[in-house]
Design a protein around this ligand. Structure first.
Ligand code: PLP
Length: 394
């Protein structure tokens, strides 16, 4: 043994010093309780489309149970190439520019590790997906959070980025439609960001996992803008729009040098994504319009209900325009986000995630996912109303 050092002291510093995800702590509490209405999970409540499940069973029976090419089945990469061209407006060569991964989660990790040298700064906007900061640290990078605000609809502006960029900034990490705010960026917003990226000669990682889930206008991808494709790693997957979280399937599209770099890590760490999940994804791409449209229509109905119910309860809420989250402000009650969420859970059995799980600037907010049925949402809003009435009386 190594002198008097404890096992904890001997862990890698960047792992030891990162706190556990705020969401995980919260779920641990929720899991000990009964009859909770959960607005806390970032997971579709829909079933994976039937034809996808059926085809996966068929693929299993046909023996698709072996390693695939490290990049993923070529047939799937060809289908992805067609889908990305049609849906996102950028052409990628399926032989050299597409890598199939274990969810967008793996793709994010690969992209960061492929680009970051120790000390390189990564700009990203907060509030943001819980993994970003930790993944940058695991890659030995320096996370630099850019705060977005409700008064801008949580959109990212060039001025915000200019204020935080330094000569050490190497990568800009974007996520629109956004988890946890539901913010989207329109073409003009993105053009400003693209100008900024070109001026500072940055690389970009764009996590567009919620691309299909927009409610007021079609999604615009950064890679469809002039000059962006050549310096961007584009990430997308099947978890959200196809309700396929458990399949763990995502992909990265990027110029050959960047794909090759990610592939170097992936071939040693994962070998390949699951063969059956790749078959499932291939089937999912046969009729995306129908499968996704039904879910989007339902999410829109819920978005309309939840956003207006929250406002009726006196909680300011920037209109969510994509993904399946609302991010209301709860500051006026004088409780921290964590206190508010814990009391709401204990007193009314409604689980929503404290905004601080998504970065410090999430203090004063709550994330409410509407990936749950309308009846449950109505009951949750009723209970939230009761809780607020009590807080106001106290
Ligand atoms: N990126 C964002 C913004 C997410 O919200 C999530 C999951 O919630 C992921 C990535 C992870 O996706 P996957 O299931 O493809 O790993």
């Amino acid at each position: 043994m190594n002198g008097s050092l404890s096992l904890r002291d001997r862990l890698a510093r960047q792992v030891r010093d990162i706190p556990r995800s705020g969401i995980r702590d919260f779920f641990d509490i929720v899991s000990t309780m009964r009859d909770v209405i959960s607005l806390s999970i970032g997971e579709p409540d829909f079933d994976t489309p039937w034809h996808v499940r059926e085809y996966t069973v068929f693929a299993l029976e046909r023996g698709a149970t072996h390693y695939t090419s490290n990049l993923g089945y070529l047939e799937l990469r060809r289908a992805l190439s067609r889908y990305v061209a049609q849906q996102f407006g950028a052409e990628y060569n399926p032989e050299t520019e597409i890598l199939v991964t274990v969810g967008v989660s793996e793709a994010l990790d690969l992209a960061l590790r492929a680009l970051i040298n120790p000390g390189d700064e990564v700009l990203y906007h907060e509030p943001c997906y819980v993994s970003y900061r930790a993944l940058v640290l695991f890659a030995h990078g320096v996370p630099v959070a850019v705060e977005t605000r409700p008064e801008d609809g949580f959109r990212l502006t060039r001025a915000m980025l200019e204020a935080r960029v330094t000569p050490r900034t190497k990568v800009l990490l974007l996520n629109f439609p956004n988890n946890p705010t539901g913010a989207v960026m329109d073409r003009r917003d993105l053009e400003d960001i693209a100008d900024f990226v070109r001026k500072h000669d940055l690389l970009v990682i764009t996590d567009e996992i919620y691309a299909e889930l927009t409610y007021d206008a079609p999604h615009v991808s950064l890679v469809s803008l002039p000059g962006m494709r050549e310096r961007t790693i584009f990430l997308h997957g099947f978890s959200k729009a196809w309700a396929m979280t458990g399949f763990r399937l995502g992909y990265a599209c990027a110029p050959p040098e960047l794909t090759e770099a990610m592939m170097k890590i992936h071939q040693y760490t994962m070998l390949c994504a699951s063969s059956l999940s790749q078959k499932a994804a291939l089937e999912a791409l046969t009729r995306p319009e129908q499968d996704v449209r039904e879910m989007v229509d339902e999410y829109r109905r819920r978005r309309n209900f939840v956003a207006s119910a929250l406002r009726d309860l006196g909680l300011p809420c920037s209109q969510p325009r994509g993904a399946f989250y609302a991010f209301p402000e709860i500051r006026r009650f004088g409780l921290t986000s964590k206190e508010f969420a814990l009391r709401l859970l204990q007193e009314e059995k409604v689980a929503a995630v404290p905004g601080t799980a998504f970065g410090d600037c999430g203090e004063g907010f709550l994330r409410c996912a509407y990936a749950t049925g309308m009846e449950q949402l109505k009951e949750a809003m009723k209970r939230l109303g009761r809780f607020i009435a009590r807080l106001e009386k106290a």
